[in-house]
Design a binder for this molecule. Structure first.
Ligand SMILES: [Zn+2]
Length: 344
């Protein structure tokens, strides 16, 4: 396609966007512009994913063919240093820049975010933007020193609202591993919503984390927990991609189970992300999908994630609002505070 054709096509698309034909469900030009809830934001340091700057390209599942003469970790880092795509998203350079750029993105898109991280860092971010942050606590029981009693005390003492992100999967610990039983019990006793990582890590995760296994993308082991604690609110972070059959069985059997879309906007090709999302929506689960950016050190992931929902051609405006706001507000039982009311 040469430049002249591009301009004409652009004008046609522009006209199409302006014209509303009554009786047609013109899905593609209905952008949701109300408040957003991000169920999956991290408060990290700028160097926590490797030496900055690092770039991500959308569609990380593509182009991962690898000759193991070189460790995958080195190859992946080299990709992030020299991204092979037209619109890479670059990481922040310093901790302060990462925090401030992330909070600026929340402000720009009217986002309130469940923030995962160490207590000190979450408190610092919340102090900078009190109205934008729902404080969470990140936890990997193989790595973090917290006992179940510590967690209970932290939630009783502080203003923590969500136990997320639970990242035990990186250490090979399944949701129903007995080592996590007492933590589930605390969450159930104190009515703490839990977000647990079930699904994608970085590409080649099994080569990067000794405990990581693709088999743990399955949401089925979570079922034992949901049956044991029927009042517990749990959401599957990363939506257990790509185990869509297993996920649909779980959503069907457990109507209080939710998922978030964290990192799917980057990890998957957009075709696969939309196919997966459309499959879930078409199956009737559009009221339990919650937007998550999984912003780590790349503040631009927030915009990319919101745009991906707004540009999904199969979603109605109502479905976009549900995913970007309404489902999370229901899951978190947010009161009708004015800042959480969707604008029509
Ligand atoms: Zn995760």
């Amino acid at each position: 396609m040469h430049y002249g054709q591009t301009v004409i096509l652009g004008l046609l698309l522009l006209l199409q966007g302006c014209l509303h034909v009554p009786g047609t469900s013109s899905l593609s030009n209905t952008t949701y512009t109300g408040p957003v809830i991000d169920m999956h934001l991290h408060a990290l340091g700028a160097e926590d994913q490797g030496p900055p700057p690092l770039a991500l390209c959308a569609g990380m599942t593509a182009g991962t063919a690898h000759d193991p003469h070189q460790p995958w970790g080195q190859a992946f880092l080299a990709q992030m240093k020299a991204p092979n795509c037209a619109h890479p998203i670059w990481s922040a350079m310093t901790d302060t820049e990462l925090r401030d750029l992330s909070l600026a993105e929340l402000e720009r898109f009217n986002v309130t975010a469940v923030l995962s991280g160490t207590p000190a860092r979450v408190a610092d971010w919340k102090e900078q933007a009190p109205g934008r942050i729902i404080p969470g606590l990140g936890l990997n029981i193989a790595r973090d020193p917290f006992t179940p009693e510590d967690i209970a005390q932290a939630f009783k003492d502080g203003n923590l609202k969500v136990l997320a992100e639970v990242t035990n999967q990186y250490s090979g610990i399944a949701p129903d591993d007995p080592r996590f039983d007492a933590f589930w019990q605390v969450a159930a006793d104190l009515d703490i919503p839990v977000g647990i990582h079930i699904g994608v890590g970085p590409p080649g995760a099994a080569q990067l984390f000794s405990g990581y296994k693709a088999g743990l993308h399955s949401p089925l082991p979570l079922e034992n927990i949901l049956k044991r604690h029927p009042t517990l609110r749990v959401y599957i972070m990363h939506a257990a991609w790509p185990m869509r059959g297993e996920l649909k069985a779980m959503l069907y059997a457990h109507p209080h189970l939710y998922v978030d879309t964290g990192i799917l906007q980057m990890a998957l090709t957009r075709e696969e992300y939309y196919d997966f999302l459309e499959d879930l929506v078409r199956s009737g689960y559009g009221d339990r999908i919650m937007f998550g950016s999984d912003q780590m050190v790349w503040p631009g992931l927030i915009e990319e994630g919101i745009n991906a929902i707004n540009q999904a051609p199969f979603l109605t405006l109502q479905q976009r609002q549900d995913i970007l706001y309404g489902n999370a507000a229901r899951f978190l039982r947010l009161s009708n505070e004015t800042n959480h009311k969707p604008q029509k």
